[in-house]
Design a protein around this ligand. Structure first.
Ligand code: DC
Length: 653
């Protein structure tokens, strides 16, 4: 499983240009394809969902031409789809699947439309029923009411008379209405669509109407109940269409600002603003209602931290961006209740269930209903815990949970699922979100790095990670469980389950104090052996990264700089010759009243050095960007002073 580990973030600032809107991109591509004339589309979103739409259009004989930098040229087919027999694969792109189903049902050819397994679990029966009223012949190839579909399109002679009325349900997905409306000009006759039940996600229908108008088709509507496409309506290219930035994608960065940006350095998104036609811009109002400091211009928005309070909000108008609110709720005072979100259940995944489960892993208190979600933020009695978050092949799960890293370090599984709408999301995120600082100190055994690291941490008020202790604890726990130190899978399983608690001057394994036990010579040798096993290192990786909390961390070990905290702004390689280290170890043992033999200690230390240096995974070595701190002739105080001096230097650089 691929993953990204996010350290605890503690500040956000900067500006970013948003990728193009998914909703606008896929609608504009279809309208441009159906229109008369050539359309230049500027700022098209490059993502999985738009790639599926572009592929489908190619299969249908429309050849969008890429001009570079998000600009495309589409020669429209003037309502006559060139290829009349095709099988289309549309992945999990709901916008492409629903709108192409409708358009092809009225286009006159024979088509098969398929998607990924999840697409085949997302209902489409209401759309098919509506199209059947227009005379379209659509069959379910698997389960009734769900894709895949076989479409035998309407013949010209079946198009019927003016004043047709089609009824459609509006309470499952607004994309059904959008699909039918965008397809209706293909019939040439006047048709009205009447919505049964409450129409959800209305702003998305507004995007549809707005874009149809730009392509020359004005829909007459009575409230949100009835929509009429006039006789003879046909799409004509407006020439150039500029795609706005994606307002749903903006929500993550505005939330970053609301959680972590100082008033004088708000987070700024460019590409959407006051003039936007996307409903999700109203996410900014929800953030303001929670107490964030928001500002907005024609095509930009900013957000900064305010005193965040929980709210109860009907989210019908911002179904996608509302997911982001569920995470902002963790940083607000009091309960946040998101209502009217039943549509979440039929999206990329069952988003209510997924959200409740993953928030639960963080230790948040959540209540999920059929159409609502309630989140109670952490308090002293219920602090959040680091967690491994699953994303359910849902781009928005990955993106909104990234914000929880402002509370605790996180691992997010399958981060590449953001490619659906925002392929380089995590690059953009890490440019705006600033992690708590970390100082990585590596070095051989008995170099004094443990003492130096702990003192530096105390001086800075940072947390301290003694990563060697985790390998020692693993060796001890394996021995107690009767697992051989050479049994890689067995020891890795022990490492993954390790029940440890660190406190000042205390290390507990399964509740029992083991501070002394893990320092014995036998366990030291065992630690060095289990540390050479790749599966053991993998099992301990996130556990180590989970120490990366605010206000900062000093981590000591062998691979702090190279593997565990490669982004550390200060990396130090702390060492001394084997003979000096052996003397220090001997003195330590003598102080504890243990008799010690210098030659044996030196031999043992050299053997461990060799094993740590020569192992194929994460060997001990000085990283090119690490500073060398040779403590051969240096006391602890001087070494600590040197590290602190370097830290000040790095901070002011
Ligand atoms: O730092 P220490 O002596 O307590 O480490 C115990 C063992 O664990 C040592 O043999 C090396 C190994 N180790 C490691 O491989 N990687 C780390 N980050 C820390 C320790």
């Amino acid at each position: 499983m691929n993953f990204i580990d996010l350290p605890r973030m503690q500040a956000a600032h900067g500006a970013m240009r948003l990728p193009g809107s998914k909703s606008i991109s896929n609608r504009v591509l279809l309208l441009a394809a159906l229109a008369e004339g050539v359309t230049d589309v500027r700022g098209l979103l490059a993502s999985d969902d738009t790639a599926r739409m572009l592929e489908a259009l190619r299969s249908l004989g429309v050849e969008p031409v890429e001009l570079g930098e998000g600009n495309w040229r589409v020669q429209g087919c003037a309502g006559r789809v060139p290829v009349l027999r095709a099988e289309l694969f549309l992945g999990n792109a709901g916008t492409a699947f629903r709108s192409l189903t409708a358009a092809l049902a009225l286009a006159g050819g024979e088509y098969v439309l398929k998607g990924v397994p999840r697409m085949h679990e997302r209902p489409i029966g209401d759309l098919v029923d509506a199209l059947a009223q227009l005379g379209a012949d659509i069959r379910y190839l698997d389960k009734a009411g769900y894709p895949p579909l076989q479409i035998r399109g309407l013949k010209t002679e079946d198009r019927g008379e003016n004043n047709k009325v089609v009824k459609i349900r509006g309470d499952v997905s607004s994309q059904f209405l959008t699909g039918v409306l965008m397809a209706l000009p293909l019939t040439g006759v006047e048709t009205s669509v009447e919505v049964e039940g409450e129409l959800i996600s209305r702003p998305y229908v507004e995007i549809t109407l707005n874009l149809m108008a730009r392509f020359g088709v004005r829909v007459h509507r009575q409230g949100w109940q009835s929509f009429t496409v006039p006789a003879g309506a046909r799409y004509v290219s407006p020439g150039v269409v500029q795609v706005e930035g994606d307002a749903s994608s903006a929500s993550y960065f505005l939330a970053l600002g609301a959680i972590g940006a100082a008033l004088d350095h708000p987070v700024r998104v460019e590409g959407v603003g006051r003039d936007s036609i996307q409903g999700d811009v109203r996410f900014a109002e929800a953030l303001a209602q929670m107490g964030a400091v928001m500002d907005m211009g024609q095509d930009w928005m900013t957000a900064a931290r305010g005193d965040l309070q929980g709210i109860t909000l009907d989210c019908n108008h911002i179904p996608d961006a509302a997911m982001t609110l569920a995470i902002v709720a963790l940083f607000a005072k009091g309960e946040t209740r998101l209502t009217n979100i039943a549509s979440w259940r039929v999206k990329e995944t069952d988003r209510i269930a997924a959200m409740a489960k993953e928030l639960g892993k963080l230790g948040a208190r959540v209540e999920a209903g059929d159409d609502y979600l309630s989140i109670i933020p952490p308090d002293a009695g219920h602090p959040l815990q680091p967690a491994i978050i699953d994303t359910y092949d849902d781009h928005r799960m990955a993106m909104c949970f990234s914000l929880a890293s402002f509370a605790v370090p996180l691992r997010i599984n399958d981060p590449a699922c953001t490619a659906k709408t925002f392929p380089d999301y995590f690059d953009a995120f890490t440019r705006i979100a600033r992690p708590a600082p970390v100082i990585a100190i590596d070095g051989p055994t008995a170099s004094g790095k443990g003492t130096v690291s702990a003192r530096v941490a105390a001086a800075l008020g940072f947390h301290y990670l003694d990563s060697g202790a985790l390998y020692r604890l693993t060796a001890l726990a394996a021995r107690e469980a009767g697992v051989d130190w050479a049994d890689e899978a067995g020891v890795a399983a022990v490492a993954a389950r390790l029940d440890v608690a660190f406190a000042e001057n205390s290390v507990r394994l399964n509740g029992r104090e083991v501070g002394e036990a893990i320092r014995s010579e036998a366990i030291s040798a065992g630690a060095s052996k289990v540390a050479a096993l790749p599966a053991v290192r993998e099992a301990l990786l996130f556990r180590q990264r989970a120490f990366h909390r605010a206000p900062g961390l000093v981590g000591d070990g062998r691979d702090m700089a190279s593997v565990v905290f490669p982004v550390a702004p200060l990396k130090i390689f702390l060492t001394a010759s084997a003979s000096v280290r052996a003397e220090r170890r001997m003195k330590q043992l003598q102080e504890r009243g243990v008799s010690a033999d210098y030659a044996a200690i030196l031999a043992d230390l050299e053997a461990r050095d060799q094993r740590d240096r020569e192992r194929p995974v994460a060997p001990l070595r000085q990283e090119p960007d690490a500073r060398l701190l040779d403590t051969e002739h240096m006391g602890i105080e001087a070494a600590v002073a040197q590290v602190l001096a370097w830290w000040r230097e790095v901070q002011h650089a």
